[in-house]
Design a binder for this molecule. Sequence first.
Ligand code: 1PR
Length: 552
Amino acid sequence: MSVVHVIDVESGNLQSLTNAIEHLGYEVQLVKDANDPELNKAERLILPGVGNYGHVLDNILSRGFETPIRKYIASGKPLMGICVGLQVLFNGSTESPTSGGLKFVNHTLSRFNDAEKPVPEIGWNSVIPSEDLFFGLDPYKRYYFVHSFAGIISGDKETELKSAGWSIAKAKYGSEEFIAAIHKDNIFATQFHPEKSGVAGLQVINNFLKQDNPTLPKYADTEKTLLMNDYSNYGLTRRIIACLDVRTNDKGDLVVTKGDQYDVREKSDGNDVRNLGKPVQMAQKYYEQGADEVTFLNITSFRDCPVKDTPMLEVLRQTAKNVFVPLTVGGGIKDITDPDGTKISALEVATLYFRSGADKVSIGTDAVYAAEKYYSNGSQGDGTSPIETISKAYGAQAVVISVDPKRVYVKNHTDTKNKTIKTKYPNDKNEDICWYQCTIKGGRESRDIGVWELTKACEALGAGEILLNCIDKDGSNSGYDLELINHVKEAVKIPVIASSGAGNPQHFEEGFKMSGADACLGAGMFHRGEYTVKEVKDYLLKQGLKVRVDST
Ligand code: 1PR
């Protein structure tokens, strides 16, 4: 068996999964049509899915895949569901109450409780095998989850599912335990994304393809109790993200650059764009050092070519072949017109990136326009913004909002219509009230909307995460603006990535301990070789923070 069949109901991004399977030495055959005779040849079938439950299930049903899937399972050949591909095997989900489900697993999915934690759950979590481990799922490793709905385990559910023959690997998010993976006979499904879970995830896919069940260490009872303990290194980790600001330099080469306060030109040396290396190689290096995610920001997003030829697409393609952690790309995610006059929607631009291997897109300038429109429309979206169109098609988890705010001091809270904070750091006029003004076009234009208002609007429009830069801190090596992060954490329930100012491992610790950051991003300190991602993680681990150490 060297061909792996993957059902493609055009739900989300199959490029990452394809890359992972090919990396393991198999060929991938995408099956888009339920009548495709290829399906009868399948020896290993994978059912992936991301985004909205109802959308994925409706696509499976309307394209006639239900009967062939049931027939395939009845034949005893192995099937693997991933993410929403796990969920559709259940009875249904409260996400789409009228959609039903394939009803292999007698349970209904529900939304995580967001009163106690950010939702979606985005990040690397441990699995807690209740009894049998399967396909090499390893409690000592971490897997990448991104979802708002889950098969929550409470009451007698676990016992009931076990007596129906299911083996379950659980995970814990906040106080809720949920199904991380499930296995019975020839059905295996994971809520997490093995294709984005580094080497640990590749091993799970490989074991499934080989139908290999290696014996692995189990938790000792003492370790099981550690899972409940905030100071153990089990459970959802803090994420460390390496960010690469990419642009062409004056010679026309695509380079990773980094400046301060968004000025990326050398102060000496002919005023050229600072060249810190090549994007694909640097992304690979950070993956090997243990980065939990890699973000590329196309900081000029200038093109003198059709969008399909944008060099960033090739950067994504090359990177995604060997980097098996989530990749985000930002810069120029908007409606655009090609040099020949062809109009391309933001959704189509995002689709090109997803097909090249990106897992999330990040929207900067257009998110500000969308938020302004949202408020002028009576705090409602009209369905046309890139946030809405992309999150509808690919799910909220695929839409990150990159915010570029600047501090503005005022005398009184009433001096601006935007939400203010009282800061511990007064300006030279001794003013201690400020707000965070959003900018567009890489900080070149300021708008009359605050970060509080912007992030709330974007969350309402369907964004899944905030990448919170700070122009005042960018490239300063002086630590994050913790007041800014806490301000945004109060505004939204979705995860917030702290960015701008990291200069040493202690700054990451501060970001996690003194603000509610869900992830911390670093750029210059990694590019200049001052610290490696691994050094940051080793330090955080010593400070009692949960981090993923089984990097690649
Ligand atoms: O507006 O949707 O086309 O997106 C443009 C994107 O490019 C935005 O995400 C914007 O933040 C980014 N961008 C535009 N100009 C610059 C610039 O630097 N001249 N980079 C820029 C912003 C912010 C972070 C940076 C951190 C960490 N970079 O990504 O890496 O500040 O730096 P540090 O750790 O060295 O302090 P659109």
